[in-house]
Design a protein around this ligand. Structure first.
Ligand code: ADP
Length: 232
């Protein structure tokens, strides 16, 4: 069993003398829901970037779904991420002038396997609507431009976009920071219910310790990293 994520002796530095992190060993099982915590600036987003293949490790092995990311070209890594990872960004990164529906369908455009899993060219809009409704977004909003939505609604669109086509892994960077605690919990419950349907692994970065009981495991980044490298 390779699990969902395996990091071995991974090193990354933003630039020579800048922030650097070393992860001796980190394994995340398939279907596991992991909350990644740690102080601001500790490297949580950087670690998500390494797992998502957005940032290349300068040393060591990053395996995602059994695939060694270093063995892929940058382009192949982008394709791999598009097919297999759903990403919820801190600022959601929705296309402001595109409709809610088009925003949800966006990841399928360059990911043919994922599009097929979502129901293909004809079925994927229905799947997008199902997800929006499962995430409690009013069906009347599907033609609305993303920019006209409230923050809570935009967050649901971002979650539907991450979930469409059942990617094996979801990476979410502080997806709930704009919401109060009750709404944060409610949002995660909806996200997890959908993720559980497909056995999806979910890794969430958050500052909110109150969310911990909803996860299988809380990983404090300070326990994941080797002794910090010297900053310049
Ligand atoms: P966290 O998510 O835990 O707040 P980050 O991973 O965002 O931490 O940042 C960790 C460190 O990496 C910080 O010191 C930050 O300044 C640095 N860093 C983040 N992004 C960049 C970047 N694009 N270029 C250079 N340094 C960066």
């Amino acid at each position: 069993m390779t699990g969902a994520v395996l990091l071995q002796d991974v090193h990354f530095a933003w630039r020579r003398g800048g922030f650097a992190l070393t992860v001796p060993h980190l394994a995340i099982a398939t279907g596991e829901r992991v909350l990644l915590v740690g102080p601001s600036g500790a490297g949580k987003s950087t670690l998500l970037g390494l797992i998502g293949g957005v940032l290349p490790a300068s040393r060591g092995t990053v395996q995602v779904l059994g695939q060694d990311l270093a063995s892929l070209s940058a382009r192949a890594r982008d394709r791999f991420r598009g097919e297999h990872a759903g990403i919820v960004f801190q600022q959601f990164n929705l296309l402001p002038y595109a409709s809610v529906l088009d925003n949800v369908l966006l990841p399928l455009r360059f990911a043919p396997q994922r599009r097929a899993r979502a129901g293909g060219r004809h079925g994927s809009a229905a799947e997008a609507r199902r997800l929006l409704s499962a995430l409690a977004l009013d069906g009347g909003l599907e033609t609305a431009r993303a920019a006209t939505l409230s923050v809570g609604q935009q967050q649901r669109v971002a979650a539907a976009r991450a979930l469409i086509g059942s990617p094996e892994i979801i990476l979410a960077d502080e997806p709930t920071s704009a919401l109060d605690q009750d709404r944060q919990r409610g949002f995660l419950a909806l996200l997890f219910a959908e993720a559980a349907r497909a056995g999806t692994t979910v890794i969430v970065v958050s500052h909110a310790p109150a969310l911990a009981p909803q996860f299988d495991r809380v990983l404090d980044l300070r326990q994941v990293l080797a002794a910090p490298a010297q900053a310049a």
